[in-house]
Ligand binder design. Sequence first.
Ligand code: ADP
Length: 342
Amino acid sequence: MSLLSLRKVTKRYGNVVAASHVDLDVAAGSRTAIVGPSGSGKTTLLRLIAGFETLDGGSISLDGELLADESNSVPAYRRGIGYVAQEGALFPHLTVAENIAFGLSGHAERHARVDALLDLVGLARTMADRRPHELSGGQQQRVALARALARRPRLMLLDEPFSALDTGLREDLRDLVAEVLSSAGVTTVFVTHDQSEALSFADQVALMRDGVIVQAGSPEDLYFRPRDAEAARFFGEAIVVAGAEAGALGLHIAPDAPAMLRPEQFVLSTGGADSPVSGRVLTRTFRGPTCRLLIETTGTPPFLQFKLDYPSATAPEVGAAIGLKVVGEPHPLTAPSPAATS
Ligand code: ADP
């Protein structure tokens, strides 16, 4: 069942259309990621849902209640929505406990609730008396999450909540937050420009471009079944082929529609005597567990070039002859863009 519904949501800043006729449904208990390049309208959408901005058109409803349309707007504090920003959103002069309990009533209830929330977000209860400047960035974000959860929101909004953190910490905190939110059963919408974060964290991914949601679906849909080459490339390396190029790889695709393959759909073998397609390694970049190889097909033109990652321990050297086999189907792109390969 859809908890949050956006219908034709439109927001303009002067001549800039930051959101244009956006439709989005978010199921109760699910996690939706809004992704897209910088300036595509992600934060605007989140702020409209939170009630920090007013709509120029369309409507937003939560649990059947109209939150906003062109002429009505429930104030942000009455929406029952939690909001965690990128960083620095804690009250600096209040302790951790006071930050978490801010706005809660009843001394005894506050105390018990703070302890439970500290446990939930994996912070020691002894941290309750610290002030934000005595915490690491990751700990501050946990407190911000605890504070947002304290008021038992109907919906949680996260605006790039991990972007200020280092990679390792970021992944750990992301996993913890996913666990906390799903154990609390909180419906979540979050904004990120990091595609791997979106794919691993969300049940539904909505890709924005120029104020429009160009595609929404499961992470697998967006990754394996993107609607156009630009969407394909947003989520990783994409090899877009059409016509004769597909023929060179032994693929059968519709003559006038390009199709996309992910590099991991290529099985590479050294020697390559019985592989359908032959190739060679043009460059080899060591990246730790894997090497990134730039491959060129040989034999029948057109000769295609693309990059793929291969386990370092057995990666072929530059110049090595290899065999290639495609596994799985190429995915037809319904809204093509002109470039052939990335
Ligand atoms: P994103 O979060 O995807 O980076 P934003 O929602 O912040 O994108 O911005 C979308 C567009 O709206 C951009 O062109 C941005 O410059 C413009 N914009 C956002 N907020 C304002 C504002 N308060 N005033 C004027 N323009 C804005």
